[in-house]
Design a protein around this ligand. Sequence first.
Ligand SMILES: O=C[C@H](O)COP(=O)(O)O
Length: 246
Amino acid sequence: MTNSKRRPFVAGNWKMNGSNELVDSFSLKLASNPAVDVVICPPAVYLSKFSHAEFDIGAQNASEFASGAHTGEISLGMISEAGCKYVILGHSERREGHAESNEIVARKVKAAIAAGLTPIICVGEPLEVRESGNVFAFVKAQLDAVANECGADYIKNSVIAYEPIWAIGTGKTASPEQAQEVHAFIRKELAALDTQAAASVRLLYGGSVNAANAKELFAKPDIDGGLIGGASLKIEDFTTICQAAS
Ligand SMILES: O=C[C@H](O)COP(=O)(O)O
């Protein structure tokens, strides 16, 4: 819908990987990139170790509840105190592996924004949905749930990541054209709620992005950066991906 690109954004989702050694290595060696918003999302136990890093940090998940009897959960206030500006919400590994419905994700988005954090909201379809030709309806339902819970205001306070599940960790990246098609659809859907916010919101692509394919993906008009899994664990690859976004 617009060809003027937004400020690039690249987030590394370490998932359940990493170590004190990797934290130290990134803290020391990952250079800040003035042209790109760079975020590292490590496992929660490592968040506060990054507090003096030159890049931003984000959590991979958080509870929708503020406090109380929720064993094993971490609140948005806690991750904020640990120095996070961002929180990934609705990753497909949470939706599929931990039964997070569209409605739960939507409530988390609302709570994150209320806590002053920027949610990185993940959407994206499984392979069978793509093969049956229902990608847009599937992604629309995920976005609609957030809009129903939060109203249109969430758009200007969020980053949205399109991650086709069949491309995550498989080495089978969506083609730049496939990714752009869904990104354009997402931006159009958001524009129906708030044209200005939709033109400004950063839309990331995630799913087997690597140092070799990032540039072509990020060159597409509605792709503003990436949510990077495996390649975010290798500092040289991640640096190259950040450079590809700038
Ligand atoms: O959050 C990141 C995505 O799930 C992508 O992971 P990947 O780059 O390992 O495919």
